[in-house]
Write a protein of this length. Structure first.
Length: 158
């Protein structure tokens, strides 16, 4: 059974985001070993310099690496947009190739460290729209669930 992790910087603060992620985690239990791991965001001053931002991203990258397992799939604005069936095919292909784990990476409001993105098997984007990180987490949970439903020929995806 494939292990799927969403490793993200920062906590989900609103109860409705947390509840939505829990609901998809419950549903995903039938298809994979699923978990969401939150790592603390690095503290920055109100108007950080580029050097401070880069140092914070490096620090967060270390925490994300420690939480990650298997294939890394960083989410970033320059990433590739996939359809739901394409995401289903991607996840199925990892399982068929013997990969036991996949980790999606969601960075802070400043993004992800460039070296961490370079370690990824594929840079992904959920949309060309800018989404709040907590909403992006819920959308990703839903799309992972949809991908497994597609692969198992479930009725969820129409």
């Amino acid at each position: 059974m494939l292990s799927v992790t969403i490793a993200c910087v920062g906590k989900c603060k609103e109860a409705y985001w947390v509840d939505a992620c829990r609901e998809y985690a419950k549903r995903l239990g039938a298809f994979c070993k699923f978990r969401v791991v939150e790592v603390p965001e690095s503290r920055l001053p109100d108007a950080p310099s580029q050097a401070q931002i880069e140092a914070a991203l490096r620090e967060e990258a270390g925490k994300l690496r420690a939480a990650a397992a298997g294939v890394l799939l960083p989410l970033c604005v320059e990433g590739k947009e996939l359809s739901s069936p394409e995401l289903a095919e991607l996840l199925s292909s990892y399982a068929l190739r013997g990969q036991s784990a996949v980790t999606f990476l969601i960075g802070s409001s400043y993004g992800l460290d460039e070296k961490l993105k370079a370690e990824g098997a594929l840079r992904l984007s959920l949309s060309r729209l800018t989404l709040p990180h907590q909403l992006a987490r819920v959308v990703l949970c839903e799309q992972v669930y949809r991908a497994f439903q597609i692969s198992s020929h479930g009725k969820y995806h129409k």
